[in-house]
Ligand binder design. Sequence first.
Ligand code: AMP
Ligand code: TRP
Length: 351
Amino acid sequence: MSSEPSAVQTPNAFTPRIFSGIQPSGGLTLGNYLGALKRFVEKQDEGIETIYCMVDMHAITTWQDPEKLRHQTREGAAAFIAAGIDPARSILFNQSQVPAHAELGWIFNCVARLGWMNRMTQFKDKTAGKNAEAASLGLYAYPSLMAADILVYHATMVPVGEDQKQHLELTRDIAIKFNNDYGVNFFPVVEPLIEGAATRVMSLRDGTKKMSKSDPSDQSRINLTDSADQIAAKIRKAKTDAEPLPDTLDGLRDRPEARNLVNIYAALSGQTAAEVIAENAGAQFGTFKPRLADLAVAKLSPITDRMNRLMQDPAEIDRILGDGADRADSLARPILDRTKDIVGMIRSRRM
Ligand code: AMP
Ligand code: TRP
């Protein structure tokens, strides 16, 4: 038995490590920036080990035009760097370059239960009003690959927007079931980091819908590639009600559009929503919207400019992604090897 793996680690023996991913299935939005990217940078700057990934294998769970996918993967990487991710301090790469994700994903497909997958609301949302029978098997298995993305690094914390909460619960369930099934304490039970004023940025056209890169209306979102004029025009035209801003947070309760603009302002300015309300109590949208537009342009334009400059040298972006993939691979490989040992797979000892 001596060469067999044994249960070694206790849960708190895992080194704090952050993993998160963004799909290159479209251009990034203000929702991605506030709910994810901005917080990825904060985590990096806190000095925690951070691994960030353009999840191109997740993107193809719905068909992607190949040239656009390549472009969006580079553009996403450029957005990470423009927003403050330092590829020397964080690992930045695209998922398909590190085969351990797919390999562990398969093992997790054999751990996750059909009943668990059937409860995933994102699959239901993405197939709502469509023929679910025609959805790809990949779209169905998507959360299991997501669990593999995280656990193949033994990551312990995952910063995401609110919409990913259920997927992270599934990641925890997969880790627990794997550990139980094999009598090990091998995979950490991850902690979701869903924090801040903008964990769910809503559409500018409908305060009950999430701002999304896949919304057919471009007016519904602010893209990280939008010009200052486009940003200002979209905010000016954002749907609101006719009331002035209230003087307490409670007054926003049944006003989803107003609440969304206040939350966006708070997240961009680094204030709490309560502070924004205190400063703008009684303001009409005719006053508040231009304030928000100025703030959004001031915060986003430098990022857009940097992104555009980086995109002029795609070979350099590819080099950064390749370097990140090599570093990611050397972290993932031994964890995947140990997983194969635990499961009982004879693995290659080739160097
Ligand atoms: P996706 O674009 O679906 O790959 O999402 C990448 C990350 O951005 C995830 O952590 C999401 O939770 C986050 N995110 C996407 N849209 C929003 C939004 N409207 N508000 C807040 N976070 C978001
Ligand atoms: N499912 C996430 C989204 O759509 C993207 C993602 C894939 C992810 N793998 C991940 C996020 C691992 C965090 C960790 O937003």
